[in-house]
Ligand binder design. Structure first.
Ligand code: FPP
Length: 256
């Protein structure tokens, strides 16, 4: 409680000094986040689940700015998984409206800040209105050279990997590819992340300790950071705490 109050009243100066404690030469290039706990946050405030998702959308703005300020190059946010269609229809419909709402409010500011908005996931299953909003944002920001804000929307790692296997198997079948030519690098060219570096840091909010079908190949050597804080309550200070934790890790990538 004390900590929460402290965060609530943290001044701009305090926030800047928290950021200043971070070493600027060890900022993760790619941060991926599993934004979890919207429903439980809503319940704890006596609100319907969708209010949690709406509040979670506001956290996206906060953390996008924080990441950009620190010099993060790619911020990937797990907004909707290939399994999330199993949720009640009303909740899915609400979630599918959020990209549109978020982008109608934030796109211009993102664009002014040179942010590239991208979507990673299976576009074919999205409702027309969601797809239109996302594609318009991608188109508007495609020449920007700043941070990539990558929304994992209708994304699932197993599907991504299976598709990659199928594409490579088809190439083997036609004789274009020999099985021994299949390397990590070639396989990665078939993943949805083909233009992105692997995440250096994965953050999952809400106290769950799972990967939930998120970037399973790409996370092989990522540092993992779990926090009990629900996504709607996740602040810039919490984000800095995760980055600070990351900076204290020794990354060996299997070496010594
Ligand atoms: C997980 O919490 C969260 C989601 C499945 C949705 C995340 C979506 C947003 C934060 C907003 C998306 C907005 C844009 C702009 C793409 P949960 O519902 O599983 O929470 P619970 O585990 O507490 O029930």
């Amino acid at each position: 409680m004390k900590r929460q109050l402290k965060n609530l009243f943290a001044s701009k100066q305090q926030k800047e000094s928290a950021a200043a404690e971070l070493s600027s030469d060890k900022i993760p290039q790619h941060v991926a986040i599993i934004m979890d706990g919207n429903g439980r946050w809503a319940k704890s405030h006596g609100l319907p689940r969708i209010a949690g998702h709406h509040s979670g959308m506001k956290t996206i703005k906060r953390i996008t700015k924080a990441a950009d300020r620190l010099g993060v190059k790619v911020l990937t946010l797990y907004a909707f998984s290939t399994e999330n269609w199993k949720r009640p229809k009303e909740e899915v419909e609400f979630l599918m409206k959020l990209p549109q709402e978020f982008l109608s409010i934030e796109l211009e500011e993102l664009h002014e800040n040179n942010v590239q908005v991208r979507m990673m996931g299976y576009k074919e299953d999205l409702p027309e209105h969601t797809l239109r909003a996302v594609e318009a944002a991608e188109e508007r920001t495609k020449h920007n050279t700043g941070m990539v804000l990558n929304f994992a929307l209708n994304y699932g790692s197993r599907k991504e990997m299976l598709n990659a296997f199928k594409e490579m198997a088809a190439a083997v079948q036609t004789g274009e590819l020999q099985p021994d030519q299949i390397t990590e690098e070639l396989y990665e060219q078939h993943l949805l992340t083909r233009t992105l570096p692997d995440p250096d840091l994965l953050i999952r909010t809400s106290g769950e300790l799972r990967i939930s079908n998120f970037m399973m190949w790409q996370l092989a050597y990522s540092e993992l950071w779990f926090t009990d804080v629900f996504w709607p309550a996740f602040t810039e200070e919490h984000f800095h705490e995760a980055i600070r934790g990351y900076q204290q890790r020794a990354r060996r990538f299997g070496g010594l």
